[in-house]
Design a protein around this ligand. Structure first.
Ligand code: NAD
Length: 517
């Protein structure tokens, strides 16, 4: 008998379903089937693939309320956020890639300089990779894997998805949606399971792993994937700074800070995890965020008016308790919140504002992934950039100022994959833009053109339309050949046609020599 994974509602601790904890053999079988199906799927046209994606969109639209409720029940997030941060953005991504994937990947002629005068041309075309293994987290259990599934399928790959063991029912729902959309069997397979199932997918010889999760797991995956030279994209954690200058719109910045820190109970890779505010407005700004935080309504995710739902698990909540305790011990001050909300049976943590934070404190260095907003102050632009960059992570960052050119200047100095000016967090929801990190936040990209390029093999096609003449670098070396190559180094490699013209007599001599042989 195989082991089962039990899925719980973290707000109520009630069981909501059981799924298979798939063995390595099951994963291997899924990958074999996927490989067999790939042969046919790769031959389908973009138009045919887009039809399935659009059909899947229609299925989602017709079951939207039920899907939102499932996402909320399994992850703890408010139903409102299941719509705003998962269903709506992924529907937009689906229409975008269904309509544009072919255009984005159209073949491209390369300018090969003077070689074109010798009858040569080059172009790049994009081939599907084969079987894509997607390993996903629980915090956006619908939009993260579904977006990657859509991109993978659109370019002609088949997909095996391993959803998080904390949100397997949402993972299975993705499979069900495509089944209802009539996608041919095995083009997308969902294999539920825990970390061992994920590891088996990395070992199974897929053509690429798209991983989203923690740095610790990312490291293990990169090491395992190296054994089979399986390429990986790693979308890992963040410790994202928000920098607020005195000239910012403080009303907007304070609302954004509260939302950016506490949406999804702070369990977003791009949550505002560190806030730096210019000294002169620190008091006023802090009062605003405290006041707005106190107004938040914490309740079951299923209630329409809930702002903050449950955290996903007891383990996740313990990390937050640890970080908050460390802040207090290190001399920072809790202005509101600071502990578990015991009004509920599940894993609720009060939204927490912490003043007097410094970069030495644990909660400013390690990913907290919970509803905390630590605030530190700075005096100068240089210091703000230095503090913001003083981290091992580099996923996103935000800069707040009414002077857009100052915002752009600072954005370019921040080492993060995405920097927003007068905005926080939400750009994962813009499917057209690339998403990915610097430093330990990972490598590779998902979404946008750069994300699509991760899912294909660029192939260079080089054509010689002039086979009557031999290539001067072919065998039959001689003093004359060396003189020609010397000329290549001196004139041709200058990139100037005028210079290359000086090589013409020597080239003719060499061609005659080769023809005689
Ligand atoms: P996690 O690393 O614990 O798990 C992610 C997935 O990896 C799960 O499906 C899990 O079963 C699987 N897994 C675990 N061990 C494995 C192994 N040895 N081999 C293969 N797969 C394995 O992460 P999590 O707790 O689910 O998610 C939270 C983390 O994800 C946070 O660090 C967050 O910042 C990060 N995250 C990053 C992004 C991004 O786009 N950069 C987005 C969302 C979440």
């Amino acid at each position: 008998m195989s082991e089962k994974i039990i899925s719980y509602n973290p707000a109520t601790n009630e069981e909501i379903g059981r799924v298979e904890n798939n063995s390595a053999e099951n994963v291997e079988t899924a990958v074999e089937k996927s490989r067999a199906t790939f042969k046919k799927w790769r031959e389908t046209s973009f138009k045919e693939r887009a039809r399935f994606i659009i059909k899947a969109r229609e299925v989602i639209l017709s079951e939207m309320d039920e899907i939102a409720r499932l996402i909320s029940d399994e992850s703890g997030k408010p139903v409102a956020e299941a719509f705003s941060a998962e269903i709506a953005p992924v529907l937009d991504l689906m229409q975008y890639f269904a309509r544009n994937a072919q255009k984005i990947l159209k073949s491209e002629k390369i300018n090969i300089g003077q070689l074109k005068f010798l009858g040569r041309s080059s172009k790049i075309i994009y081939q599907p990779l084969g079987v894509i293994g997607i390993i996903s987290p629980w915090n956006f259990p619908f939009s993260i894997p579904l977006g990657e599934v859509v991109m993978g399928l659109m370019v002609g790959n088949t997909v095996v998805l391993k959803p998080s063991e904390l949100t397997p029912l949402v993972g299975l729902k993705i499979g069900e949606i495509f089944e209802k959309a009539g996608l041919p069997e095995d083009v997308l397979q969902v294999v539920t399971g825990d970390g061992k199932t994920g590891a088996a997918l990395v070992d199974a010889g897929v053509n690429k792993i798209m991983f989203t999760g923690s740095v610790a797991t990312g490291r293990k995956i990169a090491a395992n994937a190296a054994k089979t030279l399986t390429p990986v994209v790693l979308e890992l954690g963040g410790k994202d700074p928000m920098i607020i200058f005195a000239d910012a719109n403080l009303e907007a910045a304070s609302s954004a800070a509260v939302w950016g820190a506490f949406t999804n109970s702070g369990q977003a890779c791009s949550s505002v995890e560190r806030l730096y505010v210019e000294e002169s407005i620190a008091g006023k700004f802090t009062d605003l965020v405290v006041e707005k935080t106190k107004r938040l309504r914490q309740n079951l995710g299923s209630e329409d008016t809930t702002d903050i739902g449950a955290m996903v698990s007891e383990n996740q909540l313990k990390i937050v308790e640890d970080h908050v305790a460390d802040f207090e011990k290190s001399g920072a001050k809790i202005l509101t919140g600071g502990r578990r909300n015991k009004d509920f049976p599940g894993t609720f943590f009060q939204p927490t504002i912490i003043a007097g934070a410094t970069n030495e404190m644990r909660g400013m260095r390690e990913e907290t992934f919970g509803p905390t907003l630590p605030i530190a102050v700075f005096a100068t632009e240089e210091k703000a950039v230095e503090l913001g960059n003083d981290t091992d992570f580099g996923l996103t960052a935000s800069v707040w100022t009414s002077d857009i050119s100052k915002g752009k200047r600072i954005a370019e100095k921040i080492l993060a994959g995405t920097v927003t000016i007068n905005e926080v967090l939400y750009t994962h929801g813009i499917g057209q833009t690339p998403w990915g990190g610097f430093k330990q936040s990972g490598y590779g990209r998902t979404h946008g053109k750069l994300g699509l390029l991760e899912l294909v093999a660029p192939q260079h096609i080089h054509i010689n339309r002039n086979t009557l003449l031999p290539d001067v670098w072919w065998f039959g070396y001689s003093a004359n050949a060396i003189e020609t190559f010397r000329g290549f180094a001196r004139y041709f490699a200058s990139g100037s046609l005028f210079q290359t013209a000086r090589l013409a007599p020597q080239l003719l001599k060499r061609i005659k020599e080769l023809k005689r042989k």
